[in-house]
Design a protein around this ligand. Structure first.
Ligand SMILES: [Zn+2]
Length: 78
């Protein structure tokens, strides 16, 4: 990148409550998940997005981390 400025579209924002309530592996998953959205230029979780994510994580791992995120959200009362 030539410019030193960070573009808003390049930012990954993680809610502080989620950040504090999930494991380190889950945080890695969250970052990978967001990077896959950017790589595939998708906002939803359709085939294009899921196929790319499945090249990195198994369906079991994805389910496990998504559950962990779900419970962290419940805990933080967002
Ligand atoms: Zn997503």
């Amino acid at each position: 990148m030539k410019s030193g400025k960070v573009k808003e579209k390049d930012l990954i924002i993680i809610n502080e409550d989620i950040f504090n309530n999930v494991s380190e592996e889950c945080l890695t998953y969250i970052i990978v998940h967001e990077v896959v959205h950017k790589l595939t230029n998708t906002r939803g979780h359709g085939a294009k997005f899921l196929n790319k994510l499945l090249s990195i994580y198994s369906m079991d791992e994805i389910t496990k981390y998504e559950m962990e995120i779900y419970y962290a959200i419940q805990k933080s009362n967002l």
